[in-house]
Design a protein around this ligand. Structure first.
Ligand code: SF4
Length: 689
């Protein structure tokens, strides 16, 4: 029997755990003393490992390479050599015929690790010759990255998860931490126990609202109006830090013009929040010696997501709540390695380490390291994953190489995504389970899973942590980066790595932000937060010390803009708002957690729609009754779940189920900056079956 200390693969909290292995099988998980969890785990951490032992519960594990030579035909098991040669040949043919930009790829924010994401973006940039690589950050925290890079310079949480409980005030906006990151929620509870004030802004009475001093139950889709009213109040009531603003910021002069029509009294109707509550919230926030704003996808998954992020950053900046312990901005990233996907440059506009692909100096550096001509690199930004269905239907994207993502379940407007996938000439899926997307593939490349390989994840607070291999893979599978390297080599670009550390050392050399974060340092400290620029640097628990911002001018940028209504507002035909939410016991498209017996037992009902009893009464439906939920794009059957903690006029569904899949209903109105879809808001109707 042995214990392997590793990192949980299920959310950005980055909890450390011990996998207890007996006779080549994992028999249990125990909490380990990590920087973010200090021995605690949630249900997914304790019970989310047995898919590695038994894959017969829900979805078949991918156990060997497969090719489907004709659409609609059967998968044929093939050797690795044949799968690699076939994939390389088809990709080379498509590149030759339609150009490098006709091929799209994804990194993965799940159990693959940073090294694999680095190798994937290198493959795209050095071998394919485009910047067409993206990751699931696009559909979740893309606006946090875009917004915070513009206002403060770094698209990441400025504080540590550990530091949350050291704050005197937490403004929790559109973020249900109890379901999304249960161990982060523990930090919020501890902050409360330490005397912090808690202000929750959310249409639902989420768990955190139970311990809050104030709950601003705003209407769905009114975020920007509320944030503008916050900024208005800070300025009008002289609650902002004038000296700080004068010294460290830019943009104050135009700010009042943007918010002057958003007095709390003027936005009561848009937001549904009493003016006195808005004013009180800002008085509490501004009076706190240190305050943190935490947010989730209730902020980002809107057509105005980036602007709201910039507005929240402005609230923090106006009050000088940056650059010290317990004060900052905290977009808490969802999937376990979504921060790492961005860090490693599986983004269409950025090389690893947040270096712009449009910068000739950066291109020259990467080209030299990779032994290619800088002129062969694409000088323009690549395609975002949310643009792929449209571009495939226009004939501009011909091939899609998807690693560790399941767009046919997790992306908005599935009928559109399906049509886009069908229009492709070639679809490669590299995954561990037969997902909905894998079922449509031309080639399936089976990979090792978390537990079967090691590497580095970045948790939501920029902390690099090494995760470890616990068991030998049982099947004919390969590590993700090994598969990509074999395809690259077959396409004429020799790519050989012996191990993860070789890849990590290559990327450290290319990224000043991470240079000092060596494997050895992670081994010693456990959790090394970037920036870590030198070998003797301990890492950075909070950003913007001394109020030095990473913007071009070195100053924080202030921002506000007019509120816009969501794209599809309710009508007489579709009178309810649909908002997507998470199921606490399951992760992402549920392929991993749905194959874990305890988690499956916890939540095994395929989908539900949460309805307030007052709406149900008008609709004439009962609790647990089967109903149709229908939008302008699709219709799904699911079961009613009465819920008095949600707001009347809105219904809530999770995206994690194949039956009652709410992404059949959602729409892809994209935030213009980040291209993140407005999955938190569309119009639906509910009717009895
Ligand atoms: Fe895993 Fe997140 Fe739960 Fe921690 S909070 S145990 S990282 S799912």
């Amino acid at each position: 029997m042995k214990k392997v200390t590793t990192v949980c693969p299920y959310c950005g909290a980055g909890c450390k755990l011990n996998l207890v292995v007996d006779n080549g099988k994992i028999i249990r998980a125990e909490g380990a003393n990590g920087a973010t969890n200090q021995g605690e785990l949630c249900l997914k951490g304790y019970y989310g490992w047995d898919f590695l032992n038994d894959t017969k519960l829900l979805t078949p594990r991918l156990t060997q390479p497969m090719i489907r030579r004709e659409r609609g035909g059967k998968f044929e098991a093939v050797s690795w050599d044949e799968a690699i040669q076939y994939t390389a040949k088809r990709l080379s043919e498509i590149k030759a015929k339609y150009g490098p930009r006709s091929i799209m790829t994804t990194g993965s924010s799940r159990g693959t690790g940073n090294e694999t994401n680095f190798v994937m973006q290198k493959f795209v940039r050095a071998v394919i010759g485009s910047n067409n690589v993206d990751c699931c950050a696009r559909v979740c925290h893309g606006p946090s990255v875009a917004g915070l890079r513009q206002t403060l310079g770094n698209g990441a949480m400025s504080i540590s998860i550990e530091g949350i409980e050291k704050s005197n005030c937490l403004l929790v906006f559109g973020y249900n931490c109890a379901d999304s990151h249960p161990i982060v929620a523990r930090r919020v509870v501890k902050a409360r126990e330490n005397g912090a004030k808690i202000i929750v802004c959310d249409p639902r009475k989420i768990e955190t609202a139970r311990i809050a001093d104030q709950h601003l139950q705003l209407k769905n889709g009114s975020n920007m109006a509320l944030v503008n009213a916050f900024i208005y109040t800070l300025i009008e009531e002289n609650l902002y830090d004038k000296e700080y603003v004068a010294k460290y910021t830019e943009g104050f002069n135009g700010l009042w013009d943007e918010v002057k029509d958003y007095a709390p009294e003027q936005v009561e109707e848009i937001t549904g929040v009493a003016a006195s509550d808005i004013r009180q919230a800002m008085r509490t926030y501004a009076a706190a010696p240190s305050a943190v704003i935490m947010w989730g996808m209730g902020v980002t998954q809107f057509g105005q997501g980036t602007e709201v992020v910039k507005g929240l950053s402005t609230v923090a900046t106006l009050t000088g709540n940056l650059g010290r312990e317990g004060a900052g901005v905290a977009p808490v990233r969802g999937q376990n390695n979504v921060q790492g996907g961005c860090d490693m440059g599986v983004l269409p506009d950025l090389f690893p380490g947040y270096q712009k692909v449009t910068d000739p100096v950066a291109r020259e550096k990467f080209a030299k390291a990779w032994g290619i001509d800088p002129e062969s690199m694409d000088k323009e930004e690549g395609v975002r994953i949310t643009q792929v269905p449209h571009l495939a239907l226009e004939g501009k994207i011909k091939a899609y190489y998807i690693m560790g993502e399941d767009p046919l379940q997790t992306e908005a407007d599935l009928s559109l995504v399906r049509k886009g996938i069908e229009a492709l000439d070639f679809l490669v899926v590299q995954d561990i389970f037969m997902t909905k997307t894998a079922e449509q593939a031309d080639v399936i490349l089976p990979a090792t899973s978390w537990g079967e390989h090691g590497g580095v994840f970045t948790c939501a607070d920029r902390g690099f942590q090494r995760f470890e291999k616990a068991i030998e893979p049982q099947y004919n599978v390969k590590r993700d980066w090994e598969i990509i390297s074999l395809i690259a080599t077959e396409m004429g670009y020799p790519m050989h790595y012996e191990n993860n550390q070789q890849i990590w050392d290559e990327l450290r050399e290319l990224c000043p932000l991470y240079y000092g974060a060596t494997y050895e340092k992670m081994e010693g400290l456990g959790h090394v937060q970037w920036p870590c620029p030198t070998l003797d640097h301990p890492g950075t628990p909070y950003l913007y010390k001394n109020n030095e911002f990473a913007t071009p001018s070195g100053k924080a940028q202030l921002f506000a803009t007019a509120w816009r209504a969501p794209a599809e507002i309710p009508s007489s035909d579709y009178p309810l708002v649909l908002c997507t939410v998470r199921e606490v016991g399951h992760y992402s498209c549920r392929s991993m957690t749905g194959n874990c017996a305890a988690l499956k037992a916890l939540a095994d009902e395929p989908g539900f729609v949460q309805i307030h009893p007052s709406d149900a009464k008008v609709l004439g439906v009962e609790d647990q009754q089967l109903v149709w939920v229908e939008s302008r794009r699709g219709k799904v059957i699911t079961r009613v779940n009465f819920n008095e903690r949600i707001n009347p006029g809105a219904v809530y569904m999770t995206y994690q189920w194949w039956i009652g899949a709410c992404n059949e209903l959602t729409q892809d109105n994209l935030d213009p900056t980040s291209k993140t879809p407005e999955t938190k808001y569309c119009a639906v109707k509910v009717s009895a079956v």
